[in-house]
Write a protein that binds this ligand. Structure first.
Ligand SMILES: [Zn+2]
Ligand SMILES: [Zn+2]
Length: 386
């Protein structure tokens, strides 16, 4: 069957490869992916998908569906197509989106004959304030049985973990004064922010070793001879679990409250981007998917040890999910680099795409046909840890 799927996918490869190149050539930042989402939608409609444009008011998102006449499971694939500032598709989302789309086209053939449903979510802005958060929180994933989002990498890695990410900005408001002649009349907002940094650095010794807090000064005054009346800091606070984040976030906010109190400023905080939840890999699903790759002669590496945060985390909290990595190179390349971007156009990348499409579709078919596997996935999901 794997051989047959591999042959079948070849029919789509010319279209898919053109799409991959087109998106590479037209990199667009989060929520500005107009050309990319349009190109995705055109290809999906060409192959008979019904496409909902701009769901949830998200301009560059889409939801493409194909439902068979016979009943069956609903399989979701997730496509990304946002780029990075300066280096274009340094995270390879051109290829990510193309691969997820290719899997949808191939699975549609099965669904037509055997039933079930395939849904492809076009999810903008993974690198900033990801749309998957809205999809997960506002019910768009209802009825979905499993979700798969395949990410390119320098090798094949099992789906692992990712960190909770809470983006907090602190805005301090003080009072201007001439910094030389009337400093005693000023209230220094920049000092409040600098104290916040110092407080957080003191806090750092007493947090879990796998938590992370990093920030920048976004606004820190306008001229050296004017006491700054406004200062803004932006921080990412990360942890491995939602439970610990509740505690950690409060401690970080207290650091800012203390800075405000010490200087006499007022302070307001907000979540300036979407909150990413931690990725909970469904191990039953993941092992099955990796097993299919092994059958195809692929050596799958254990999950990666370095963690970032993914909006796929939010999806994994509402639907059994995996976020596996597929290899597009024969040597180590870091993500978010020009080297990685250019690796998405190679023959190895094409091979990685094809192999991944086959594994994604075979997993979906097994989900539809093997009740024991389906039940085991759902059971694990019910008993998962946050
Ligand atoms: Zn990235
Ligand atoms: Zn990425």
């Amino acid at each position: 069957m794997l051989k047959k799927l591999r042959q079948d996918v070849e029919r789509y490869v010319p279209d898919l490869w053109e799409l991959n190149h087109y998106i590479y050539d037209n990199p667009e930042l989060g929520y500005e992916e107009h050309l990319s989402s349009k190109a995705h939608i055109e290809l999906l409609e060409k192959y008979g998908f019904a496409v909902e444009r701009s769901p949830l008011g998200l301009d560059t998102a889409y939801i493409a569906r194909f439902k068979g006449e016979k009943p069956g499971r609903t399989i979701a694939y997730l496509a990304e197509y946002d780029a990075l500032p300066g280096i274009g598709h340094g995270c390879g989302h051109n290829l990510l989106g193309t691969t997820a789309l290719g899997a949808s086209l191939l699975l549609k053939e099965y669904v037509e004959e055997h039933g079930g449903e395939v849904v492809l979510y076009g999810t903008p802005a993974e690198e900033t304030s990801g749309a998957k958060v809205a999809f997960a929180e506002q019910g768009s994933l209802e009825g979905v049985d499993v979700a798969i989002c395949p990410h390119p990498a320098d090798d094949y890695y099992s789906s692992g973990k990712s960190m909770v990410l809470v983006p907090i900005s602190f805005t301090f408001t003080g009072k201007t004064a001439h910094a030389a002649s009337d400093p005693h009349k000023g209230v220094n907002a920049l000092d409040a922010l600098l104290l916040t940094f110092n407080n957080i650095n003191a806090l750092r010794e007493h947090i879990l070793p796998d938590a992370r807090i990093h920030g920048i000064v976004k606004e820190g005054g306008l001229a050296a001879n004017v006491v700054p009346e406004r200062a803004v800091g932006e921080f990412y606070v990360r942890s491995m679990s939602l439970d610990y984040m509740e505690e950690l976030q409060e401690k970080v906010i207290n650091c800012a409250r203390a800075g405000a109190l010490a200087t006499g400023c007022s302070m307001e905080y907000e979540h300036y981007e979407a909150i990413y939840h931690n990725l909970v890999t469904n191990q039953t699903l993941s092992k099955h998917y990796d097993g299919i790759l092994k059958e195809m002669g692929i050596e799958v590496q254990p999950p990666r040890e370095s963690f970032g945060s993914l909006d796929m985390g939010n999806v994994s909290q509402v639907v059994p999910s995996i976020n596996p990595y597929f290899g597009i190179a024969d040597h180590r390349i870091a993500g978010h680099t020009v080297e990685f971007r250019d690796a998405t156009l190679t023959e190895l990348a094409k091979e990685g795409m094809i192999t991944t499409i086959v594994a994604m579709v075979k997993t979906a078919i097994d989900m539809n046909e093997d009740d024991e596997f389906f039940q085991a996935v759902q059971e694990e999901f019910k008993n998962r840890e946050r």
